[in-house]
Write a protein that binds this ligand. Sequence first.
Ligand code: ADP
Ligand code: MG
Length: 308
Amino acid sequence: MRRIFGAICAVVLLLSGCARAESAASRQIFAMDTVMSLQVWGGDGEKALDQAQAAVYALEQQWSATRAGSVVDRLNRQEALTEQEQAVVERITALSERTGGAFNPRLHSLTELWGFPTQQYYVPTAEEIAQAMEQQDWDFGAAMKGYTGQVLADLMKELGVDRAILNLGGNVQTMGSKPDGAPWQVGIQDPEGDGYLAVVQVEGTTSVVTSGSYQRYFEQDGVVYHHILDPETGAPAKSGLRSVTIICRDGLLADCLSTALFVLGVEKGTELWRNSDDFEAVFLTEDGKILATQGVTLTGCSYETISR
Ligand code: ADP
Ligand code: MG
């Protein structure tokens, strides 16, 4: 439920940031366990939104962790994938390697053991964690909303849409600029409330993806357990962060990296950024500091810049 409120909050910010919103076609749908809010300008807006909605539902089915016949199901049964599916799986596997395994798409049994998909929460023993990690069954949940944003941006372009802001439950995909020509403004959520802490300015086809410990969690005996797991321990990552936001041109990359940098923390995450040239990051630490890599333009907050 927190996740739904969070998504709605982000939508409000986006709407208030849009000039001449009357010419937009917009729609809200519920998919991938979150509220999605799509706004497009140019082309036949309603037709584009119909196709976007159909594409989201199709991707949800195709990449589901539980549906019979999904990519996950076929991988687990060692059945054939299409060429396009195989290419996505290979990319995700390569990204997992690039993050030193901090992003691990084979943790489905482990997330089930902790009860995150079903909300039947449970704190497992070390032995149960070790057994679940041995299963190595696939779960693309941490990459799919970002990938979906990227697929939708390509589809919208084909359909003549020249500007769009697609909020896929905290994963925001932009195209073009605001109708008045100004950059899009995307809020980074305040983990302690329904507002936002900082605003990222972006232009063109860009993904802004946030992973946060506040998005899904439970509390037991005074301890908070959140949903981003450290593949080295099998337990919620303790990296001193509340959230990581990735800004880049590639939605799949953004989503994999938001999860990975959350696991890695500021120091190792910064090292990964220094060795890369294809993304920017904003870290929100547990003690309330905001740090942004030097290519990010943030407004509405004070923050430290991380230089190359
Ligand atoms: P969300 O999808 O909730 O917006 P993320 O993209 O960070 O946020 O994905 C987190 C989800 O991915 C978890 O709920 C879990 O299913 C799965 N997951 C948890 N830890 C990892 C990890 N280290 N690598 C890959 N997937 C993970
Ligand atoms: Mg992710």
